[in-house]
Design a protein around this ligand. Sequence first.
Ligand code: 3HC
Length: 292
Amino acid sequence: MQIKKVGVLGCGLMGSGIAQVSAVAGYDVTVLEQEQKFLDKGFAGIDKSLAKFAEKGTLKEPVEKVRGRLKGVTTPQALADCDIIVEAIIENVEVKKKMFSELDTLIKKEAIFASNTSSISITEVAASTRRPDRFVGLHFFNPVPLMKLVEVVRTIATADDVYESAYAFAKKLGKVPVRTSDKPGFIVNRLLVPYMLDAIRAYEEGVGSIPDIDNAMKLGCGYPMGPFTLLDFVGLDTTYYITQVMFEEFRERRFASPPLLKRLVMAGWYGRKSGKGFYDYADPNNPVPGKY
Ligand code: 3HC
């Protein structure tokens, strides 16, 4: 099917990034949020990011042209004629199910529904609608405008043509799609999460300090960020939530949260976004490693 109009649910870090790359790719994009203030915050991030690309000369059109294709709304009716809906709201299965079952009655029957969830079962959310065959996962990576990968997730109910349309859509966004199925963590988090949890365990066992473990993996393996910098970047609350879903499914220690991760989350230290995690970001340009 031909995708022309894109609807994005949520204008947080991921939703605004997805909206941005969709508009840059030439789609008309409508972003739904609960309140105008969330739209304002998300669009401010888009403006900043687009300005960076324009400065580097990597934007094919003037910023205003791209911006003109982006619209923010607070009522779901405004999404009725979208061809694809990409959801990037809170990682809570009940909230996602409620949202999709409501939209199911409002949005045209042929539209594809997609979730950007990193860990919630796409099958379970899809089953809350009358179109589980038109439901996929489209898992983007943070920061969306820079990260090339999209995991395109098929459930046992996804129709072949819907899956191929979603795959082609990810390509049109300038991303590199990979094919995967609806198992917790898909490909990336299935491998990345146990690695990050092992880094925490290594720290707990005194193998090295936080900056030494980070530098070891950065300089020894050529990773762009060490595991603790990445954990703080992804968000410790998000990572902790993913571990719970993965452990629940697989019951294997490698997916279980180490005690320190849980305690940092209980303390409200979620990483960069809360100003403190494995590092303290009082001065964001000079993070100070914690001693736990
Ligand atoms: N828009 C436009 N430009 C941006 C930008 C954005 N949102 N963010 C950063 N940039 C620009 C910077 O301004 C900078 O430009 P410059 O070279 O002109 O100064 C350039 O990109 C590079 O940025 P930085 O200098 O700040 O830092 P890095 O060179 O380290 O690159 C990075 C940043 C691309 C984030 C890199 O560190 C990286 O790849 N890190 C790993 C990220 C990662 O692994 N993400 C996946 C997390 S897992 C996930 O998302 C899944 C979820 O389910 C948990």
